[in-house]
Design a binder for this molecule. Sequence first.
Ligand code: ADP
Length: 403
Amino acid sequence: MKTLVINTGSSSIKYQLLDMPDGKILCSGLVERIGEAKGRIIHKTGEDKNEKKYTYDEIIPDHQSGMNKLAKLISDPKIGVISNVNEVKLVGHRIVHGGDRFHSITRIDNKVKEAIVELSNLAPLHNPANLIGINTAEQVFPIAEQVGVFDTAFHQSIPETAFRYALPERFYKVNGIRAYGFHGTSHRYVSRMAAQFLNKKLEEVSLITLHLGNGASVCAVKNGKSIDTSLGMSTITGLVMGTRVGDIDPGVIIYMQEILGLGYEEVKKILTKESGLLGLSGDNDLRSLSKRYDEGDPQAILALSIYSYRIKKYIGAYLAAIGKIDAIVFTAGVGENSALIRALSTQNLEHIGVALDPSKNEENSSVRRDISSRNASIKTLVIPTNEEYEIARQAYALVNEAI
Ligand code: ADP
């Protein structure tokens, strides 16, 4: 079944067409700079060695036109992978915020759309864009069933003890202020893959999963279910990220406003776009930062030490929250590729049973792997994430009533 996975942002549409249930990627791409003076479409067909990349620079006035263009590309007589857009039978949308209403994949109808609008307060940049993606996809792929996978859904199993903030109760009861968590699709996917890798059922594994990309979060997975996660009501808390601050004393924010006289917009920009690795070192790309670290650059050493120390603190906290765990799982751009971060954040944890095999850790590979030393009682795994496949898998299971 031809299944299109769509991730719509405020000025972009990321897409991947998969043949389900085998998961073969037929094509993928990115429509970007929608509504700007110069738009761009990057479209890719084939996989690995056979991959072909096409780039088109053209004005893309709105999402409707972007969706039409991608539909044309996937069904183009020369480079297309299907002969007619009506071959697309299923569209799976990534939706950022499902609040406490969506626990699993959902067929999209008017009620669901209304809920996405109502939840826009919690994700003002993302939910409205996701809804535009749904509305345009309904017009461009009229035959297809539209389903939504919420980034927050996997974390709906988190108990109140972990998701509540110690604020006056009314802020939760009236305003819905609580931790929701994000990156749920990735944490769910790598948990499933880790269970497979360990030859266990998902309900039998307990893990600490580390999604380390530009955004980053850690999830405590007990018996296959999320019981805590480091992102909260917003996407700026928890781990140190590329440009986001992560955990911070709220008093600092009050100080910035009250004493330093910074306005709300300025503070928001600092915390979300100018902090994290960028703020500490002037760079947020782990590749160049690691090079500087190896060369002995003190700023890079400090930045990566703070980044890894924060991860280690969460490993300790979640180990206490879960009890016995089977494995720590590294995923996403940094988690999958940075041997340095994996080594720093698990250093000196032998006493709790975590120890890496340095040569396995250094191995450059894009496959799932065990990088722990033979005597480690808690395994350390690297599992490449695949959110598109996870969305397509859940979508296919839903329409085939296998969920
Ligand atoms: P997102 O999806 O959140 O934008 P990714 O999961 O693609 O992010 O991760 C992007 C980050 O991964 C980059 O900022 C970079 O720091 C890091 N990264 C990618 N490749 C490598 C590599 N080979 N070595 C170290 N870090 C890498």
